[in-house]
Design a protein around this ligand. Sequence first.
Ligand code: FES
Length: 115
Amino acid sequence: MPELVFLPKGAVEPLCRVDVQPGDVVLDVARFHEVPLHWRCGQGTCATCVVYLEHAGQPASVTVSAKERNVLARAGLLDASLLAGTVWPDTPQTPRLACHCRVGETDMTVHFHAI
Ligand code: FES
């Protein structure tokens, strides 16, 4: 069972660590455990739930939906290389939407801006 670690931006110590199931949505886990991760719509339109994910196997690549790309683009968070497609580098510097990201098979650290 993978572990999800929530680490607010600028913090040294994690806010919490929780065991999760592969396939769980990162935002759902945060909400269930009352992690103060800012969010509003819960469905990929507002861009308030931006996170940066760190996990084993990086750097790799990840395919994002056009909706996630377009919302992050509208928020001004993508450079030209990310705007060009939906296959992105999967690195801790890649912005993602917590409401679009699912937990994989390995532990993951979620870097986020606390409310
Ligand atoms: S909560 Fe609005 S985009 Fe994720």
